[in-house]
Design a protein around this ligand. Sequence first.
Ligand SMILES: [Zn+2]
Length: 70
Amino acid sequence: MMSDTATMPVVQPVPIPVDALLLWAVFAGLMLILAVYFVGAEQGATSLISGMYVHEFVHDGRHLLGFPCH
Ligand SMILES: [Zn+2]
């Protein structure tokens, strides 16, 4: 008969030093700010890229997130 008290290996989380996370956190923050800019403000007078391609590409996201559009 098999025992009910089988031992399971205990997995311990590996600590990640803050130094290693800081650069990735800054990078992720910049990407987030860039994404918010393109979704929320890349149109009209604040447009950095001429044409309507970027505007149309993020258009549904703009309406979904409630940014003013048209
Ligand atoms: Zn719109």
